[in-house]
Write a protein that binds this ligand. Structure first.
Ligand SMILES: Cc1ncc(COP(=O)(O)O)c(C=O)c1O
Length: 444
């Protein structure tokens, strides 16, 4: 079917279901092309991609090396069953093992995305420990399907309820909005660990297979834990024989300035899950990395999982090429540089706009928290409330800036290839929009 470009918006509206939103009345741009930090819609308008899609397109759009690798693979072998060996699968798993945080090697089970990886990771942990329960944090996001959705600690879990059995949630620290009623980071950590240990005791430490946590809470506000928290979680897990799983779906592959947040924070999990950046989101791919001393359990027992698309050759080729590009273009180190540039620019925004409560982050991964009152920290729209800041995000789009966010937090996580000029372009648009938002608030 050929379609006039002006009909595409109508086709989308008529035939496509878009995630997480009411369908009526939306008019998103129809994106047809990308290049570097920019997206282009079907009428040629340009958008600066300030969130790398959903914190995923770490190499920017249309990277020629990755595109060529996918095309070459498609022409040579698009599919082989997971039970057969595959050259690219071997290469990618070995490359991930080289990047992984362990002082031993690891083995990788490939999935098609992050949620599926988390479901498989807890299945492995249950098999490895013979235990059943899994701990996850409130305000986490681990995926949408019923299993991963149950692991999730916010309102996107609710449609899955009652969900899968055995998942118990705890509060993790959030220095800006402490669930532990303190403004002191050290006290926050102490209380968060005491709370977690109490949850473990009430649930029975010897019944808990795994604790699954995002080392930086991503979609729910880019929350960076206070120093020492993750290390003490590691220690607690070790004491109770609980396997620690890092969900590095957003933080993996350079986002924090290291291959994984595990290295950035110097804390080593037992398993880690990944997706998004492994192929720079060019082909859907996720996976579970299991440290060798655990993975060898499955040498004599069947691995309790499998998917038709596990280790799909197109995804493997994209992953091998993406990891090569990260290395050759030194992009993990670049994320540290970007951190400095972002911090400087966010500090300026915070000085200028009272509506900016806090801008926090690590590497090329920042959250901009918008408030109605800086003193009381009252959010501009309530977290999980009825209102959203869609009008604000739409206005940014109209000005040529794509930013992804939830409720009162905008996530700024550009491709790791972003230039200083591009950052300045995006911050100028943000600056103007925040000014208008502040005026609106004063008038309301
Ligand atoms: C931390 C985290 N885990 C898991 C997921 C789910 O990944 P996917 O959408 O690939 O299933 C996401 C998605 O945004 C995520 O941010």
């Amino acid at each position: 079917m050929t379609t006039a470009s002006e009909d595409l918006a109508a086709l989308l509206d008529r035939y496509v279901l878009t995630p997480w939103v009411a369908q009526a009345g939306r008019t998103p741009p129809v994106i047809v092309r990308g290049e570097g930090s920019y997206l282009y819609d079907h009428v040629g308008k340009r958008y600066l991609d300030f969130s790398a899609g959903l914190v995923a397109v770490n190499l920017g759009h249309a990277h020629s090396g990755v595109a060529a690798a996918i095309a070459e693979q498609a022409g040579r072998l698009a599919y082989s069953a997971p039970s057969l060996g595959n050259d690219q699968r071997a290469r990618l798993a070995a490359a991930i093992s080289d990047l992984a945080p362990w002082d031993e090697s690891c083995r990788v089970f490939f999935t098609t995305g992050g949620g599926e990886a988390n479901e498989d990771a807890i299945k492995f942990a249950r098999t490895l420990t013979g235990r059943h329960k899994v701990l996850t944090a409130y305000r986490s996001f681990h995926g949408s399907a019923p299993g991963a959705g149950t692991l999730t600690g916010e309102n996107r879990r609710w449609p899955n309820e009652p969900g899968i059995p055995g998942v118990v949630r705890f509060f993790a620290p959030f220095p800006y909005r402490s669930p532990f009623h303190t403004l002191d980071a050290r006290e926050e950590t102490d209380r968060a660990i005491a709370h977690l240990e109490e949850v473990v005791r009430y649930e029975g430490g010897d019944r808990i297979a795994a604790l699954l946590i995002e080392p930086i809470i991503g979609a729910n506000g880019v929350i960076v834990f206070p120093d020492g928290y993750l290390a003490r979680v590691r220690d607690l897990c070790t004491r109770y024989g609980i396997l620690l799983i890092f969900d590095e779906v957003m933080t993996g592959f350079g986002r924090t300035g290291e291959a994984f947040a595990a290295q950035r924070f110097g804390v080593t999990p037992d398993l880690l899950t990944f997706a998004k950046g492994v192929t720079s989101a060019y082909v859907p791919l996720g996976g579970v990395a299991v440290r060798e001393s655990l993975a060898n359990y499955f040498d004599t027992r069947p691995l309790p999982s499998g998917h038709t698309f596990s280790g799909h050759p197109l995804a493997m080729a994209a992953g091998v090429a993406a990891l090569r590009a990260y290395r050759e273009e030194k992009l993990f180190a670049r994320a540290r540089e970007i951190e400095g540039w972002l911090r400087e620019r966010f500090d300026a925004l915070q000085r200028k706009h009272a509506v900016v409560g806090e801008a926090r982050g690590v590497g090329a991964f920042f959250g901009l928290e918008l408030v109605a009152d800086r003193e009381t920290r009252e959010p501009l729209v309530a977290w999980q409330g009825a209102k959203t800041l869609q009008a604000f995000f739409n206005e940014l789009l109209a000005e040529g800036l794509y930013v992804y966010g939830r409720y009162n937090v905008a996530i700024v996580s550009p491709p790791l290839t972003v230039s200083v000029d591009e950052l300045d372009e995006g911050f100028a648009i943000l600056d103007a929009a925040l000014g208008r938002l502040g005026n609106l608030k004063r008038c309301s």
